[in-house]
Write a protein that binds this ligand. Structure first.
Ligand SMILES: Cc1ncc(COP(=O)(O)O)c(C=O)c1O
Length: 382
């Protein structure tokens, strides 16, 4: 049995100093930014309190407990046997992605993304001055899958790196083992490196449905680098610590050429808290997933009863609802219209891919009361 998650009151949430709560005027209900409104896990709080009490607030050095706790967490959850010595550290997943791209490619090289996809993938590619190649996901109603034929054509045409969102933000798709194996075979055939962003993986509702890229085949181990962190699933993005892993010798040699600073620019708080999350956060994670499972269905029932014209497929992972608002006639940028007229903030769809301007992303990691308020504000704006 898991404990019930208790969401702080709106007044308490508004005291938070994070982007979600500081990014908008106080009459706006903020439902963008992937942070959860839930209290963080007790073992994480205890590890941070202990550090504060002992003024242990210096730089991050060696942190074997993080590497080992992640390896154990990955083995217990997904049966992925990885060598803890292959776990490397960066300040966040974005920094890991950009620094890895810097050693893998040169400006002008092609990097593939499967759109719609996490908006910062676009920024990371721009940051390293690579050429973005978009292969849109295939869409069957509101269910999205990888376009394997399109991916093969792009690989053939010279893609160097495939930045894969596994599982997928914003659509909530969890890629199947056979799709990932096919990507690994193609990557091996065409000499492509796959950077698999697995930050949302622990939030997959049916644990066995998620497959770590590096665990699907020998070709995946040959071609893959995983980037991930405890920041999304344990809600500690502000603590700044992520990990990245390669199992192939040649890729590890390349990663070893990265500046030392990539490691020590991460925070000691983040390293210690992430180790506590992976080692002792499982019961909290179970409670949170039970709550999110209720919430994803609650969003569905509210939409059906209040605004059935919104297209919504219950996501298979994480707490992001990808809403098709095209039937609502809200103009060129529905999220902007909803903000203006309904005082509710969602992420605008076009930032995940230009053809998704009629979509918006809603974060449901909050109370039923605030989810209801969010849907009522959308209704008010129509
Ligand atoms: C797929 C994906 N990758 C990375 C991030 C951001 O991670 P970080 O804050 O560690 O850079 C997010 C945040 O929502 C995300 O959805």
């Amino acid at each position: 049995m898991s404990d019930k998650v208790v969401v702080p009151s709106l007044a308490d949430l508004r005291q938070r100093k994070s982007e979600k709560w500081r990014g908008f005027p106080s009459d706006v209900l903020p439902l963008p930014v992937a942070e959860m409104d839930f209290p963080i896990a007790e073992p994480i709080k205890a590890s941070l309190r202990d550090m504060i009490d002992r003024s242990d607030t210096g730089y991050l050095g060696a942190i074997p407990e993080l590497k080992e706790s992640f390896a154990t967490f990955a083995k217990n959850l997904w049966g992925w046997q990885l060598d803890a010595n292959h776990v490397r550290i960066a300040s966040d997943v974005g920094v890991a992605a950009v620094e890895i791209l810097r050693v893998l490619i040169k400006p002008g090289d092609k990097v593939l993304i499967d759109t719609p996809v996490y908006n910062n993938f676009f920024n990371w590619i721009n940051e390293v001055k690579a050429e973005r190649v978009e292969v849109p996901l295939l869409k069957d109603g509101l269910h999205y899958t990888l376009d394997l034929a399109g991916i093969e054509r792009a690989y053939q045409a010279g893609v160097k790196v495939h930045l894969l969102c596994n599982p997928q933000n914003p659509t909530g798709t969890v890629h199947s083992k056979s799709e990932l194996q096919k990507i690994a075979d193609l990557a091996n055939q065409y000499g492509v490196i796959v950077i698999s962003d697995e930050i949302h993986a622990p939030l997959t509702y049916v644990t066995k449905d998620f497959h770590p890229y590096l665990a699907v085949s020998d070709n995946a181990r040959r071609t893959g680098i995983t980037i991930t962190s405890a920041s999304k699933s344990f809600n500690i993005a502000g603590l700044k610590c992520a990990i990245y892993i390669a199992e192939d010798e040649r890729l590890n040699e390349l990663l070893a050429t990265m500046p030392m600073a990539v490691h020590y620019r991460a925070s000691l708080f983040g390293g210690v808290a992430s180790a506590a999350a992976f080692a002792s956060g499982q019961s909290w994670l179970t409670s949170v997933l039970a709550q999110l499972d209720e919430n994803r269905k609650f969003v569905d029932s509210l939409i059906r009863s209040r605004i059935p014209a919104i297209g919504y497929r219950i996501p298979d992972c994480s707490y992001l609802a990808w809403l098709d608002l095209s039937a609502l006639n809200l103009g060129e940028n529905p999220a902007a219209t909803l903000l203006e007229r309904g005082r509710v903030a969602l992420n605008p769809g076009h930032t995940y891919g230009s053809q998704y301007s009629q979509f918006a992303r809603l974060n449901f990691a909050t109370s039923h009361e605030l989810i209801t308020d969010g849907i009522e504000r959308i209704l008010k704006a129509l």
